[in-house]
Structures are given as structure tokens and as C-alpha cells.
Design a protein around this ligand. Structure first.
Ligand code: NDP
Ligand code: 2IT
Length: 444
């Protein structure tokens, strides 16, 4: 059995009931086959792949908090410190009822290669809890966040591990967590990113993931002689990534006709009204059913359906495995040109393969959504020098980073004979720097 197959089999056997983690490992290791085979003897001797797929450290802890009825609730908290070869652990905190160890491990594993692709000195980590912020009062969210940080603060720090937002963790939650960290540890430091602007946050971090997705999408299309202006786009999700992806797509002259949340989706033939979407999701924290009140010409549908709309470009920006083989077939039948992932692993392995076989340009999340964590790293830099850069300065750096990511992965794909396969390109380009750093640092 080849070394890659051996390690994949080990991961499946040793991590039962963690299908998302298996999926992420399979995608990465399959892509690395060509590099691993060229170095098989050395990598095997050094157990390089075994070290790559085993987190350096993982924490699971009890998070008790009191709800508005005086009832004690108990959630589970997680932080997986996956790989610190190229910098302090860096990655978001997901708050969603579906969170479990396997989900956090898949996200932490992806984060290693994503962070490497940014070219910035950040290692891979991820955390979160099965707490559901939806429908909770501000006081309940604060009680949860304070309890969560009371334990988490023992393991993180500006030079060791720097968490940030993800699904369910936005500016409000980061604020409550930062306050509790400062109170317990007694240090004012950049231990979290995505902070508010009044206490060390970076301009453009809120917009960064969505904007970055569009910067790389535009660059990828340009290098294939396609102009993004005038294209029709389907976006899924209606959260942080989706909102700013829609905004930037519109600024680039494209028309985004859909968005979605966990209960339904919107089709707006005139193009999504970003101001309305922001008010519904960021201010009122309401459902998308409200969108029709702002735009009578739009349609609201219960359930799933974004990928059935005829579009040129699809940008999945909600959650993992939200675009399956059936969706990929519908997109291809409707003539889709490109799929670029705003979310982490939103496309199943079968769907990815089908899209690639049908000549759809496909940019994987670890490259396409890296603008968020890249800008988090820029927030860390600003915190370290105790200065704040302008929006234009941060945005210009972000654009530069996304353009470089595209060319690095495009070049890596070409170098190994996989021209146009951006999945292989991203995994190899991300892997090379991590392997270099791991090898230089000896067996650890
Ligand atoms: P938000 O919580 O702001 O928004 C998530 C959106 O996706 C919401 O519209 C939510 O609907 C929908 N959603 C979440 N879970 C599900 C589900 N199980 N089924 C259907 N819809 C769902 O999160 P973000 O926008 O920050 O994150 C979206 C994706 O982007 C995630 O995969 C995240 O890991 C990834 N990402 C985020 C980055 C960031 O900087 N925030 C950076 C890089 C990647 P509802 O409101 O109904 O829950
Ligand atoms: O998946 C991701 O890259 C994020 N949720 C952002 C992580 C970060 O540290 O900004």
C-alpha cells in the first residue's frame, strides 16, 4: 500500500465517527500523492504524514452557564492546536449546535494549509462549542462567552494561539470573550482577532473573507481570459462571508441573485439588496423570510435550492457539504463557469470531482476564503506595533495576498503537471512551506 493510502486508512481507523475530518484529510493527501511519492522514503522515515494528521494538542472542556430562567446549561468547548510549524496557532471559533470534535479537527486541518498559503507566519488551529447563539438573549450569550473563555484563556495568548470568529461567532461574541480574557489574565494583548475597532480590531477584517473571495475569483477568471463584470452569481449563506462577497461582487459589476440561511433561500432577479440583507442579518438577527418586505419582486423558498438557479458563477458561503453531486450536476447543466468556495469544504468530494471533470474552474476554500485569516494576521501585526492602518492600506494588502495565492497555487499545479487543477495546486503550495518548517525544526 502506498504511504498516502496507509495514512488515510490509519486516520479513518483511529478517528471513528469523524467523517468530515476523514474527508478533509483524504482531499489533501490525495492531492499530495505526487509530492509524497517523490520523497516517500524520507517522509516515511520521518513519519511526516502521521505528524501532519495528528494535532499537536487538543482541549475539550465543560462550559456551564445560567440561562434567563435561572436554569444551568452545559455545553462542550473545544480548541484543537493542530500545527505550529510556521507560527502561533490561528483559526476561528465556531458556535453551532452541529459542532463536535470531528468538525473542529477538519477545520483545524484545513487551516494549516490555508494559513500557509497566505504567506504570513500563522500555524493552524480551530475551536468552538455546540452552543447555539440563535434565539439567545444578549445576557445569555455573554454568560456563555465568559464561561467559555474562563477555561480557554489557559491555553491561548498573543504569541501562542490566537482565535477569531467563524459561524455563530461575530463581533459581539469576540467582544465578550476579549473582556473575559483581559479580566482573568490581566493582559491587554491581541489574543483574539476580529475585535471591535475601539479595542484593537483592524479595519477591513469584517469585510475581508468575502472581499478576498472576490479578489481571487476575479484574478482566476482574468488569468483564464474571463471578465467578472456582467456575470450572474449565486451565493449561499447570509452571514459574514456571504454579505461581503455579495457587496464586492456588485462593486465589480456582477449581479448576485441568491442568498440563503439554514431555513430557506432568496431569489432576487434584480440583484440582492445588500443594505436590506445587512439590516435583516446584522441588526435584527432575523430570518430571510423578511427579505420580501424590502424587495417585493424577490422570491423566498423554504429549504435548499440556490444551486438550481442558472448562473455563471457559484460561491458557496454557508457551511460544509452544502453543495453535493446533485447540485453540481444542476450547476453544470445550467452552464456554470466557476465555483469558488467562501465556506470551508462546502463542496463534497464527489461534487468537486464532477465539476472538475466538466471543466468548471474550481477554487477550494483553503485558498478562496483565506482573506479572512490573512487579515486577522494583519490585525496581529497592528496589535504588535500598537498602530492601526487605514482601510485602504489593509484592503490593498488583502488584494495583493489573494492575487499571490492564486498565482502560487496555479504555478504549483503547473509545476506538478496538473495545470488548471486548483485543488492540487492549493494543497501542494500550502504543504511545501509547512513541510520545510517541520523538517527544519526536527522531530517534534
Ligand atoms: P455566519 O455565522 O456569519 O453565517 C453563516 C451562514 O451560513 C448563515 O447564513 C447560516 O444560516 C448559514 N448556515 C450555517 N450553518 C448552516 C447549516 N448547517 N445549514 C445551512 N445553512 C447554514 O458565518 P460565516 O459567514 O463567518 O461563515 C460561513 C462559512 O465561511 C463557514 O464555513 C466558515 O467556516 C467559513 N469562513 C469564515 C470566515 C470568517 O472570517 N468569518 C473565514 C473563512 C471561512 P443561519 O443564519 O440560519 O444559521
Ligand atoms: O476559517 C477561517 O479561516 C476563519 N474562520 C477565520 C480565522 C481567523 O483566525 O481569522
Amino acid at each position: 500500500m502506498s504511504y498516502v493510502d496507509e495514512v488515510i486508512a490509519q486516520v479513518v481507523e483511529k478517528n471513528p465517527a469523524q467523517p468530515e475530518f476523514h474527508q478533509a484529510v483524504k482531499e489533501v493527501l490525495e492531492s499530495l500523492r505526487v509530492v509524497v511519492e517523490a520523497n516517500e522514503e524520507k517522509f516515511r522515515k520521518d513519519a511526516l504524514l502521521e505528524r501532519l494528521v495528528n494535532p499537536e494538542r487538543q482541549f475539550m472542556f465543560r462550559v456551564p452557564w445560567v440561562d434567563d430562567n435561572g436554569q444551568v446549561q452545559v455545553n462542550t468547548g473545544y480548541r484543537v492546536q493542530f500545527n505550529s510549524a510556521i507560527g502561533p496557532y490561528k483559526g476561528g471559533l465556531r458556535l453551532h449546535p452541529s459542532v463536535n470534535l470531528g468538525i473542529i479537527k477538519f477545520l483545524g486541518f484545513e487551516q494549516i494549509f490555508k494559513n500557509s498559503l497566505t504567506g504570513l507566519p500563522i500555524g493552524g488551529g480551530k475551536g468552538g462549542s455546540d452552543f447555539d447563539p440563535k434565539g439567545k438573549s444578549d445576557r445569555e450569550v455573554m454568560a456563555f462567552c465568559q464561561s467559555f473563555m474562563t477555561e480557554l484563556c489557559k491555553y491561548i495568548g498573543a504569541d501562542t494561539d490566537v482565535p477569531a470568529g467563524d459561524i455563530g461567532t461575530g463581533a459581539r461574541e469576540i467582544g465578550y470573550m476579549f473582556g473575559q480574557y483581559k479580566r482573568i489574565r490581566g493582559v491587554y494583548e491581541g489574543v483574539l482577532t476580529g475585535k471591535g475597532l475601539s479595542y484593537g480590531g483592524s479595519l477591513a477584517r469584517t469585510e475581508a473573507t468575502g472581499y478576498g473571495l472576490l479578489y481571487i475569483t476575479k484574478e482566476m477568471l482574468k488569468s483564464n481570459d474571463i471578465d467578472i463584470a456582467g456575470k450572474t452569481i449565486a451565493v449561499s449563506g447570509a452571514g459574514n462571508v456571504a454579505i461581503y462577497a455579495i457587496q464586492k461582487a456588485q462593486q465589480m459589476g456582477a449581479k448576485v441573485v441568491t442568498c440563503s440561511d439554514s431555513t430557506g433561500w432568496v431569489y432576487d432577479p434584480d440583484g440582492i439588496d445588500v443594505a436590506a440583507l445587512k439590516e435583516i442579518k446584522e441588526v435584527k438577527r432575523a430570518r430571510l423570510t423578511e427579505y420580501k418586505n424590502y424587495r417585493p419582486n424577490s422570491e423566498y423558498h423554504e429549504g435548499k435550492g440556490v444551486w438550481t438557479v442558472k448562473v455563471d458563477i457559484a460561491l458557496p458561503c454557508a457551511t460544509q457539504n452544502e453543495l453535493d453531486l446533485e447540485d453540481a450536476k444542476a450547476l453544470v447543466a445550467n452552464g456554470v463557469i466557476a465555483v469558488c468556495e467562501g465556506a470551508n469544504m462546502p463542496t463534497t468530494l464527489e461534487a468537486t470531482q464532477y465539476l472538475q471533470e466538466n471543466k468548471v474552474y474550481f477554487v477550494p476554500g483553503k485558498a478562496a476564503n483565506a482573506g479572512g485569516v490573512a487579515t486577522s494576521a494583519l490585525e496581529m501585526s497592528q496589535n504588535s506595533e500598537r498602530l492601526s492602518w487605514t482601510f485602504e492600506e489593509v484592503d490593498a494588502k488583502l488584494q495583493n495576498i489573494m492575487v499571490n495565492i492564486f498565482h502560487n497555487l496555479d504555478d504549483a499545479a503547473k509545476k506538478y503537471g496538473f495545470e488548471g487543477n486548483y485543488v492540487v495546486g492549493a494543497n501542494i503550495a500550502g504543504f511545501e512551506k509547512v513541510v520545510d518548517a517541520m523538517t527544519a525544526q526536527g522531530i517534534c
